[in-house]
Design a protein around this ligand. Structure first.
Ligand SMILES: Nc1ncnc2c1ncn2[C@@H]1O[C@H](COP(=O)(O)OP(=O)(O)O)[C@@H](O)[C@H]1O
Ligand SMILES: [Mg+2]
Length: 249
């Protein structure tokens, strides 16, 4: 792999909820333009890690550098320009049910930018088209299939042209055809938009399809990070267990 600069640098990250220690000194560096998958069993802290990177929650301790800036000490106000760089596809890809597909995609644009209505509608059409959903602006979420909802969620995640996209379980609950379609989209968006992507999944097949590198979260730390080949050849017990699906949901 070429010498790319590190865009996200996580050092000694700790996060607990009451007695539950979720992240326990996690270190991870993510390179600009790569797609990295975070793997791990259910409840290991994958979603928590994404929320910390997105600045939606604060860690107890540690450093999360995005670009050159540690976002941990930042106030809500100071986080606004950072959040503008990050698109997130939440677990479940929950859309606002009372808003049309188009308005769901327009939502983050309206939140972050002052644009003319015409410019907003143009961007909405462009983003929906990128995920293969031309002309569905006026449909309500209830009229869409599960796979289509995920794709609207994806269009919403890229609506503000983020530098970083966080995907939380993008294919969970989808049938194989839709899973493949979403995985393909992640790869395509990566190529077209040149973004850095972090994909959380417990699905090893999806990870192998979309990823430059894989990281396994285990007991609050990254047990292993490396390429698909390095991952498969790893002698680390947790990695072998995960591949053997001994650690599953
Ligand atoms: N806001 C919260 N309050 C209390 N416990 C939480 C909260 N968020 C997550 N947890 C707990 O932290 C652990 C890790 O959660 P999560 O990151 O969602 O796991 P996963 O790896 O499945 O995404 C789980 O045991 C979960 O119950
Ligand atoms: Mg989760």
């Amino acid at each position: 792999m070429s010498m790319k600069r590190t865009i996200i640098e996580i050092k000694s990250l700790y996060k607990s909820y009451a007695d539950l220690q979720v992240l326990q000194g996690l270190d991870l560096g993510i390179k600009q333009g790569e797609t990295i998958t975070i793997l791990g069993g259910s409840g290991t802290g994958k979603s928590v890690l994404l929320k910390l990177i997105a600045g939606l929650e604060k860690p107890d301790q540690g450093v999360i550098k995005i670009g050159t800036r540690d976002i941990v000490p930042l106030t809500e106000q100071e986080l606004i320009p950072i959040r503008r760089k990050i698109g997130m596809l939440f677990q479940g890809a929950a859309l606002f049910d009372s808003l049309s597909a188009g308005e769901n995609v327009a939502y983050p644009i309206r939140e972050h930018f002052r644009l003319t209505e015409q410019a907003i509608q143009r961007t909405v059409r462009e983003k929906l088209s990128l995920v293969g959903l031309d002309g569905i602006e006026d449909k309500m979420p209830a009229e869409l299939s599960g796979g289509m909802k995920k794709r609207v969620g994806l269009a919403r995640a890229i609506a503000i042209d983020p530098e970083i996209i966080l995907y939380d379980e993008p294919t969970t609950g989808l049938d194989p055809a839709n899973t493949q379609r979403i995985n393909q989209l992640i790869v395509e968006l990566q190529k077209i938009l040149k973004v850095t992507s972090i994909v959380v999944t417990h699905d090893l097949d999806s990870a192998y399809t979309v990823t430059d590198r894989l990281a396994l979260l285990h007991k609050g730390r990254i047990a292993m990070v490396g390429t698909k080949e390095e991952f498969k050849a790893s002698a680390i017990q947790e990695v072998q267990d995960f591949i053997a699906k001994k650690i599953v949901d």
